[in-house]
Design a binder for this molecule. Sequence first.
Ligand SMILES: C[S@@+](CC[C@H](N)C(=O)[O-])C[C@H]1O[C@@H](n2cnc3c(N)ncnc32)[C@H](O)[C@@H]1O
Length: 393
Amino acid sequence: MDKVIIKSTSEKGRGVYAVELIPEGVTIFEEQPLVSCQYSWNAAYGYLACEYCLRPLETAERNAQRLANNPCVMLPRTECCPVESNLANHTKCVRCGAMYCSTDCLQEAANRYHTAICLGSEIQNELHPVNVLVDFWKKMHYPPETCGIMLFVKIIGMFRQTADPPALQDQLQDFVHKSVNEDLLIFHKMLGEKFTHQIEQLYELFSKAFNFESDKRLSWLTLDRFKSLVALVGTNGQGIGTSSFGDWVKNVTESEMSEPERQAVDELIDDLYTKMDDVVGSFLNNEGSALYARQSKINHSCAPNAETVFPESNHMLALRATRDIQPGEEICISYLDECNLQRSRHSRQKTLKEYYLFICQCEKCESQINDPDETSEEEEDDDDDDNDMEESD
Ligand SMILES: C[S@@+](CC[C@H](N)C(=O)[O-])C[C@H]1O[C@@H](n2cnc3c(N)ncnc32)[C@H](O)[C@@H]1O
């Protein structure tokens, strides 16, 4: 039986509520996405992930060599790397070479969207309209990316392949929508202000690449509907990060070993993370984004009682209780990172308004309603850094 139900309130719209006591640490639900993809820059920089589920395809050792820019790196305890034991199952699309972690993923992608969008040998042709489109996107959206263009390409593939287009439309309509004005603000956040007007050009490129006018299954996708789709993904897209080195570190840390071996492994890990920091900074993971029907109904709280995790190191999401949750209580995650979450009410509200376009009405914010409008010191420091950077530009 489900541990949760969805209910609506006038303050926050739909939300997810517990129907039974959910103890701390328990998985509330697991969910596969409607669609997921790796970011285009991430793939271009050589991060190897399953085209369907984003599971890493590089062994932890190879991953560490690449990220530390040192082909001599050797990792002990290779059995702690889940990719090693799965290498024999890796497979490719015979037409375009897209890589998958298993025939199940290859088959699932082919059944859902890949057959309709596979470029075959044209994948290498820079002038192919789909490659032009991806390139245009990459120029609009340098890393760190917040949205994957391939999500839209895959959604188009789904419309071309589905036996029931209205049902797919309904699935998309079920994600929370914004007004036209808010759409514009979302484009600013997603693309940067100077690129907002290029949304029309992006539409033209999509229309050309996939023949919107002549394809009956896509003719509904007018410019306005395309803009709504982009805004929908901007509002509901969930970031995903997977890493074979990260998985190896987790498994090796949990393994039993002698004190001297533990010390050597810990030193190696510290050393590698330091080198990776020099070479790739914070870009350690195979990164991408996905749309989750159920998870996208979860509201934000500045005192959350649940968190989103990816326990299988692929796009399968799990919602986990971070404390005991009572029957009837709303289940909330934090849309803010740990650092922003610790700031004053004023600072938290400002960030949520700016990046998520809503005024937070969580219990913590309501209880601090009489707090003075003080900006957190950390935020002032960040603002000062931003100003310094702008001045030196
Ligand atoms: C991902 S959706 C969550 C589900 C949404 N309430 C719905 O009806 O589908 C995010 C939106 O929910 C609303 N929301 C989420 N957390 C909120 C909060 N703490 N206070 C007010 N509104 C909130 C905002 O409108 C926000 O843009």
